[in-house]
Each structure stands twice: as structure tokens, then as C-alpha cells.
Design a protein. Structure first.
Lengths: 326, 244
């Protein structure tokens, strides 16, 4: 047992987590769906990293490959210097998967004990229950829990092995405000023990508040990767839309406060880092602009505008890709 | 190793499941007294077996079949809950997971046997210690294909379809296997039954004859069902884990 722990600790110093050139496609009704298309991410041991992106960005597929639940079509995954399967077999990985439920006819305490029994160096059951705030309902049967309570138990199940790597796929989706707050408090305490944490979210605020670093994903690719405050500045943009024929994208993109411009027929969309400055400049330079709208960019829009890669990607990809993206 | 604890909790869960207890313990017990009670001491035509013994084994086959099948079929519910994915990120090997299901099925089957043995004894079934043991041994062997069948169903069914599929399947296998009435020694039903594993479970009552209760054919039928169903179970499992 302690040998496993030693090996694990030395492995941790050795590796961190490496995702290299990950590719994964699924068969869909209209041809292949390219869920992940070339993801490279390197995570140091002890880091807390948010995988941020809209639905369909490839976050869950990437996480499934990180955990060894899904075999990549191409590329490789290394978890503390080993393939994910080995890291899992050593009990080094804990995870809260998306949309999971609990098995019934056990009390919360029994369920956690059942899972603890599978690991070489599990935490004490009472400690996990306390840490995750599940002790107050530890005697209840799992089928009688509220949504928030269920999430706490799932969190306890993910933590019970005292994992070196904790992976959480949209962990707070079913939680109320109070549970959410308690959840992140626990996460912080766990991160403070030097654990590596990777969580997927489509809430920018969560990534900003709880991660050291955010990896932005859109359409199966990493579109930005950096400290959360930098990412936040990039993503928390506004978009100005207007009808404005006859002005080149480049010219619009060069306006102050504008970080990217895109044209669709007569309509243009300007992604702005400073929408006030941009709007003043736009109207000064092109008073004929009309139907002006300003909106906070959704993550997806922000990502796509940020990268400006949408068309390029379609051109780069094979014929199957074009078919599936339309 | 540690999967023993997992199995212990699995057994606890099963004992707490009311539908399970009803199907594999209480239902066969009540039916036993209903069908065997009125003519417990009479003999089944052309055999030395009393109705008390015949139905004890018949309903034991029903109860144990239910126990084995439902234990495996619970995999369907766990799959839908995402529990199998959760288990795949623990050190528990898939083989140990299946072992826990089969062991749990067998523990419940033993419980079902015990209950019916006691009921049988109360209606005058009297066997030597050796015969009780032989009967139990044959039942346990005859249940092997049902372990594989349960795991297969667990991967093919959805939780919604488990109830009807199990109810229908078990009733049909029991009926065609001779749980409710002896199938005689000729005719279409008899010919068909020869190839069903449930028939040989019921035939375990022949321990009371002395001699070999199963001819070679019985052993072969059980073996073939086991091998075929194990292959199908394996395939169903692989198909299921390839893409979740």
C-alpha cells in the first residue's frame, strides 16, 4: 500500500499531465463528428486548471480521454508519467463525471465506504463525509437525497481515494447557490493540499474564481490557454453589430477598442475589448452605420471571434468536416 | 482482494431491494404451498418423486433463476446511472465487478434454496444428507448459464424494459422447463425442454431416484448455454464500453 503511495508521489514529481495531439471523432447521423481535433495541454502537478468552453466544445470528450474512459483516435495522454489506465489502477485519480447518479439501497456512509474499499490508500470515510459536507445526511438512503445532496455525495465518491488528480466535469450544474459555495470552498481546501485539479465549466466566473489557469476550448480545439485573469479580459468582451455595407473587415478591426471584426453580407460584428471607445470611433468614421446593437458576447461567440478561425478550420478539414459543420 | 467488501455491500443492497426479495423468495414460497400443499404426499405419475419434492425443486429453480438473472440485469440500472463509468475510474477490474454480481446472485439463490428446502421439509420432503447436497450442487451448476444471461441482459436492456423482460423471460423458461407441471416423456414440449437450462434445474429433483440425476445430455446443454452466453455477454460488454 505505502509502496503504491510512494510510487505515486515520485510519479507526481516526474510528470504532471500531458495531453498531446488528442483527436477523437464519433460517428454521427450526418457523417463523422469531430469532437476533439488536436488538443495539446500540459498541466503541472499541483495546478488547478479550468477547461472553459461552450457546450459542444469537446470538454467532456477530452476529459473522458484524460481518464482513460475513451481511447483517443490520435495523440497521447500521460498522467503522472503513466497511461491513464495505470494511474487509475493505482488509485491516483478521482473524478466527478457529468450527469452521473448514485446506486440505490445504501446509506450515504455505506456507499462511500463501499467505494473507499476499492482504493489502496483511501481517506477515512468520516473525514470525506465531513470534508464534503455530507455528514449531516450520512445515514440516509441514496435514493432519498435532494439534487444538491446527491452532488455532494458524488463529490465524496470522487475524493475518497485522496487522489493526486481530481477531475470534475461541470460539477456544479445541479447545485443550488449554497451547495455551490460549499463545494468550491471544499475544492480550495483540497487544492491547498497540493493536489492537481482539472475542472470543466461553461461559467467564466467559476474559472476566474477558482482556477489558476484556464484552457479555452471551442469546436474541439484549444483557442486560448493562460492565467485566468488574462483569459477573462479576452473573453469578457462585448459585440457591436451593425448594418454597414462597403467597409472592409480589416479597416473595422483596426478601430480603437475593437479586437476582431467579421462580416456577414451587409452586417458586421465587432468584438470589442472596449465597446464605448469602439462605438465612438465607429460612428465617427462611418456615420452611415445603422441598426446598431451592443451585446455582451456569449462564450461561444467570444471564442469564435477571438480566434477568427472558423472559416480556416472548415477549409483545412476534410470533406467530412465540412459536411458535419453545416 | 478488496472487491470482497464491494461484494458485501452489493449483497446488502440486494437484500434491501423489495422487488428482488418478492420475486426470488416470497413469491416462490407462497406458490409452493399453493400448488404442492394439496397433494404433497402423492407421487408424480410413473416416478418415485412426490409432488412436495417436485414442486420444491421446481419453485427453487424459479426463485434461483430470478435471483441470478436479476442480479446481472441490475447492471442496466447502474449503467444508466453512470455508475459503471464511475467504477471504471477506480482500481476495481471489470472482471471483479462481474464477479460481485455473480456472487451476489449465488448468495441470493442459496437463500432461495434454503427457504424452499425448509418449506419442502415441512410438507414431508425427506432426503438423505447426500441427496440434499447433490441437489444443491446440481442447482448451483445449472445456474451458471443464468449468470452469463443476467450479465448479457444487463448490457442489452434499459432499466425500463428490465421488469417486463425479466418477468416474461423467467415465466417462459419456468413454464417450458417444467416448473409448473411435469412435461412427460414425449411430445413437442418435452423435446424442446431438453435444450433449455431451466429444464435441467427442475430435473435435479431426480436425485431422489438414486443413480445419476442428469444424463450426459443435461451436462452438455448446460455447458453449451454457458459458453454461448458468456461469449454474448463479453461482446455486449465490449460494445457497451467502447463508447459511452
Amino acid at each position: 500500500m505505502s509502496a503504491a503511495r510512494d510510487r505515486l508521489q515520485s510519479g507526481e514529481r516526474g510528470g504532471g499531465i500531458q495531453l498531446e495531439g488528442l483527436v477523437k471523432s464519433f460517428r454521427g447521423p450526418d457523417g463523422p463528428v469531430h469532437a476533439v481535433r488536436g488538443v495539446d495541454v500540459s498541466i503541472a502537478a499541483g495546478e488547478t486548471v479550468a477547461l472553459l468552453g461552450p457546450n459542444g466544445a469537446g470538454k467532456s470528450t477530452t476529459i473522458d480521454m484524460l481518464l482513460g474512459l475513451l481511447e483517443p483516435d490520435g495523440g497521447s495522454v500521460s498522467v503522472f508519467g503513466r497511461p491513464p489506465r495505470e494511474a487509475v489502477a493505482d488509485g491516483a485519480v478521482g473524478a466527478m463525471l457529468q450527469g452521473g447518479a448514485l446506486i440505490r439501497d445504501l446509506s450515504v456512509r455505506e456507499l462511500v465506504a463501499m467505494m473507499a474499499s476499492l482504493y489502496p490508500a483511501a481517506m477515512a470515510v468520516e473525514e470525506v463525509l465531513e470534508l464534503t459536507g455530507a455528514e449531516s445526511f450520512a445515514g440516509q438512503r441514496t435514493q432519498k437525497l435532494s439534487g444538491g445532496q446527491t452532488q455532494r455525495v458524488r463529490f465524496a465518491v470522487a475524493m475518497v481515494s485522496d487522489p493526486s488528480l481530481l477531475v470534475l466535469d461541470e460539477p456544479t450544474v445541479a447545485m443550488d447557490v449554497e451547495s455551490r459555495h460549499a463545494f468550491w470552498t471544499t475544492m480550495r481546501r483540497f487544492a491547498a493540499r497540493g493536489r492537481t485539479i482539472v475542472f470543466a465549466t461553461h461559467y467564466l466566473e467559476e474559472a476566474d474564481a477558482y482556477a489558476d489557469r484556464a484552457v479555452l476550448m471551442a469546436r474541439g480545439k484549444v483557442v486560448a490557454d493562460g492565467p485566468t485573469n488574462e483569459i477573462k479580459a479576452k473573453v469578457a468582451s462585448r459585440t457591436i453589430r451593425a448594418t454597414l455595407p462597403g467597409v472592409a473587415e480589416d479597416e473595422l478591426a483596426a478601430l480603437p477598442g475593437v479586437s476582431a471584426a467579421e462580416r456577414r453580407g451587409e452586417a458586421v460584428a465587432l468584438v470589442c475589448s472596449d465597446s464605448d471607445a469602439a462605438l465612438r470611433a465607429l460612428l465617427a468614421a462611418h456615420p452611415e452605420a445603422r441598426d446598431i446593437e451592443i451585446a455582451a458576447a456569449g462564450l461561444e461567440q467570444a471564442f469564435l471571434a477571438l480566434t477568427g478561425e472558423e472559416d480556416e478550420q472548415a477549409r483545412d478539414a476534410g470533406p467530412g468536416e465540412v459536411a458535419s459543420s453545416r | 482482494m478488496s472487491s470482497l467488501v464491494y461484494t458485501r455491500y452489493e449483497l446488502l443492497r440486494t437484500l434491501r431491494n423489495r422487488r428482488f426479495l418478492l420475486l426470488s423468495l416470497i413469491f416462490p414460497l407462497i406458490l409452493y404451498f399453493v400448488v404442492a400443499g394439496p397433494r404433497a404426499h402423492e407421487r408424480v405419475e410413473h416416478t418415485p418423486v412426490t409432488w412436495a419434492l417436485y414442486y420444491m425443486v421446481g419453485l427453487a429453480s424459479f426463485g434461483t433463476m430470478s435471483a441470478m438473472l436479476s442480479s446481472g440485469a441490475r447492471i442496466a440500472t447502474e449503467r444508466q446511472a453512470g455508475w459503471n463509468r464511475q467504477l471504471r475510474i477506480t482500481p476495481l477490474p471489470p472482471a471483479a465487478y462481474f464477479r460481485s454480481k455473480v456472487l451476489t446472485g449465488y448468495m441470493m439463490a442459496l437463500l432461495s434454496l434454503l427457504v424452499l428446502y425448509v418449506a419442502g421439509a415441512s410438507l414431508g420432503v425427506s432426503l438423505t444428507a447426500g441427496e440434499w447436497l447433490e441437489l444443491t450442487g446440481l442447482m448451483l451448476v445449472g445456474l451458471v448459464p443464468f449468470a452469463a444471461m443476467g450479465i448479457t441482459l444487463g448490457h442489452l436492456l434499459t432499466p425500463d424494459s428490465i421488469g417486463p423482460a425479466m418477468g416474461g423471460g423467467i415465466s417462459l423458461l419456468a413454464l417450458l422447463g417444467g416448473t409448473w407441471f411435469p412435461l412427460g416423456h414425449s411430445g413437442f414440449l418435452y423435446d424442446l425442454a431438453q435444450y433449455l437450462p431451466s429444464y435441467w434445474l427442475v430435473q435435479a429433483s431426480h436425485v431422489a431416484f438414486g443413480g445419476a440425476p442428469w444424463p450426459a445430455k443435461g451436462w452438455i446443454v448446460i455447458a453449451v448455454w454457458t459458453v454461448v452466453l458468456a461469449r454474448i455477454a463479453q461482446r455486449a460488454y465490449r460494445r457497451d464500453t467502447g463508447r459511452v
